[in-house]
Design a protein around this ligand. Structure first.
Ligand code: PEP
Length: 249
C-alpha cells in the first residue's frame, strides 16, 4: 500500500549531545497525521538515536552505505553493520553524495542491490540540476536516473523502495518546486514505473518530494495526488518545524 512518509535528513549536523537534545524535543511533539516519521542522523549517532526512539513512532535510518559485504574500504559502513544496530532503511543517491562523493547511477545500482540483499528498505533520491530544468530536460534526466539505477530489478523489489524526487536547485536553497512542478514530475515518475512494471508497482510506490519543504509550504505540496510525503533537510533540525511538516498531511 502507498504510505505517507516524512523523513528528516540531518546530513552532517548534530554531535551526540545535540542529537540527544533534538530527539528529546522530537519526542515531545504530537503526531496528528498518519505519516510514517523517519530521522537520519550521522553514522556516529545512529545507535544512540535507535536506542532513544525504541519505544516511539520514529524510525531511525542511515544516510548512506557502501555496497561491499566488507573489506578494505576505509571509512565506509556496510549494510550488515547498519542492520546489526537495528537500522532497516537507508537513503541512497542523495544529490550531495552524487555531487561531492562521485556517486553515479552505476555505483548506486550496486548499493541498491546490496541493501536489498540485506532486506533493507531504500529511500532512493534523484533529481535534475537547474541547467537541466532550464533546458527543459528534467524528465529525460530523472527518467535515466531511475532506469539506470533501478530498472534491473524485479517488480517484487519495489516493495522495499521509496522514491524521493529532489530537484537539485531546490535543495537547501530556499527555492521550492511549485506544487504543480512537483506533481507533474511525480506523475511522470509514476508513469515511468507503470510503463516498465505495470499498475500494481506504480500505484503502490511512495514518492517523496524534497527541496526546501517548510511548515509554510508543506500542506500545499502534500495535497498533490502523486506526492506521498517529503524528504526534509534544514527544517528537520527543529522539532517543531519538523512535526509541523509531519502534521501537514
Ligand atoms: C535534502 O537534503 O534532502 C533536502 C531536501 O534539504 P532541504 O530541505 O534543506 O532543501
Amino acid at each position: 500500500m502507498r504510505k505517507n512518509i516524512v523523513a528528516g535528513n540531518w546530513k552532517m549536523n548534530n554531535d551526540l549531545s545535540q542529537t540527544e537534545r533534538l530527539i528529546t524535543d522530537l519526542k515531545k511533539q504530537s503526531k496528528t497525521s498518519n505519516a510514517e516519521v523517519m530521522i537520519a542522523p550521522s553514522f556516529t549517532n545512529l545507535w544512540h538515536a535507535f536506542e532513544a526512539t525504541r519505544l516511539d513512532d520514529i524510525e531511525v535510518v542511515a544516510q548512506n552505505m557502501h555496497f561491499a559485504e566488507n573489506g578494505a574500504y576505509t571509512g565506509e559502513v556496510n549494510a550488515s553493520m547498519l542492520k546489526s544496530i537495528g537500522v532497516k532503511t537507508v537513503i541512497l543517491g542523495h544529490s550531495e553524495r552524487r555531487a561531492y562523493f562521485n556517486e553515479t547511477d552505476e555505483s548506486l545500482a550496486k548499493k541498491v542491490d546490496a541493501a536489498l540483499a540485506h532486506d533493507m528498505r531504500i529511500i532512493f533520491c534523484f533529481g535534475e540540476e537547474l541547467a537541466d530544468r532550464k533546458a527543459g530536460n528534467e524528465e529525460t534526466i530523472v527518467g535515466s536516473q531511475i532506469k539506470n539505477a533501478l530498472f534491473h530489478l524485479e517488480a517484487s523489489a519495489f516493495k522495499n523502495i521509496v522514491l524521493a524526487y529532489e530537484p537539485v536547485w531546490a535543495i537547501g536553497t530556499g527555492e521550492t518546486a511549485s506544487p504543480e512542478q512537483a506533481q507533474d514530475m511525480h506523475a511522470f515518475i509514476r508513469q515511468t514505473l507503470q510503463t516498465k512494471y505495470g499498475n500494481d508497482v506504480a500505484d503502490a510506490m511512495t514518492i517523496l518530494y524534497g527541496g526546501s519543504v517548510k511548515p509554510a509550504n508543506a500542506k500545499e505540496i502534500f495535497s498533490k495526488p502523486d506526492v506521498d510525503g517529503g524528504l526534509i533537510g534544514g527544517a528537520a533540525l527543529k522539532a517543531e518545524d519538523f512535526y509541523a511538516i509531519v502534521n501537514a498531511f
